[in-house]
Ligand binder design. Structure first.
Ligand SMILES: CC(C)(COP(=O)(O)OP(=O)(O)OC[C@H]1O[C@@H](n2cnc3c(N)ncnc32)[C@H](O)[C@@H]1OP(=O)(O)O)[C@@H](O)C(=O)NCCC(=O)NCCS
Length: 180
């Protein structure tokens, strides 16, 4: 157990190691953002994801973000998150990615649980994040990780509540919240 009485985060599987990112990790994160999403959204989707993780996250939000490496130093997974400046109760997960070969191996859970612990220890009581309605794996994963889907302005063909044009015209999003 942690000192706060919460269960300890799940250990990282195998011989993976965890650290906070540094600005020089930016190029390989950009490669991962293009390659790890299974071609979601085509080239436009890859560019959108890359632009959503500029270097500033590794300069100014590194202490609330994580990077997982294999023993040879290659990138296995990452999480970009921060503590809300505006809402002192909230922590926010901006992006998470696990390499294609590593999916369904417990690394996503281990990263989220570390972030939950960090957020709790910083006095936060809830975590928020968003995803695209067509990222069905992300919706299944977040539901499994204890997030609730917030009501949207309509429900799609899967019964998922969607916020139309959330991030601009055509950029619909699903909004998640989890109490800590
Ligand atoms: C979504 C993602 C981060 C999940 O990471 P992961 O390491 O594969 O997830 P884990 O193995 O830790 O799974 C955690 C739980 O979610 C469930 N889960 C994970 N992916 C799932 C899927 N595609 N469908 C259904 N359940 C899923 C697991 O069964 C597990 O449940 P359990 O621990 O209760 O048994 C990973 O698949 C990924 O990087 N996808 C591409 C990038 C992406 O979509 N990121 C999210 C949006 S930014």
């Amino acid at each position: 157990m942690t000192h706060a009485g919460r269960p300890s985060p799940a250990p990282l599987p195998g011989d993976l190691s965890l650290r906070h990112p540094v600005p020089s990790d930016h190029p390989r994160l950009q490669t991962a953002l293009a390659d790890w999403w299974g071609g979601l959204g085509g080239e436009a989707g890859a560019l959108q994801r890359k632009l959503l993780v500029p270097r500033l996250f590794l300069q100014h939000f590194a202490d609330t973000s994580f990077l997982v490496e294999r023993p040879d130093g290659t990138l296995h997974a990452f999480l970009i998150g921060f503590l809300s400046r505006t809402d002192p109760a909230t922590a926010y997960i901006h992006f998470v990615g696990v390499c294609p070969d590593g999916k369904r191996g417990g690394v996503g859970r281990a990263l989220y649980e570390r972030f939950f612990t960090l957020a709790h220890e910083a006095g936060r009581t809830r975590v928020r994040c968003i995803t695209s309605p067509d990222n069905r794996a992300s919706i299944a994963y977040h539901t499994r990780m204890g997030f609730h889907l917030e009501p949207g302005d309509h429900t799609d063909e899967h019964g998922t509540p969607v916020h139309t044009d959330y991030d601009g015209p055509g950029l619909d999003r699903v909004s998640f919240v989890r109490e800590l």
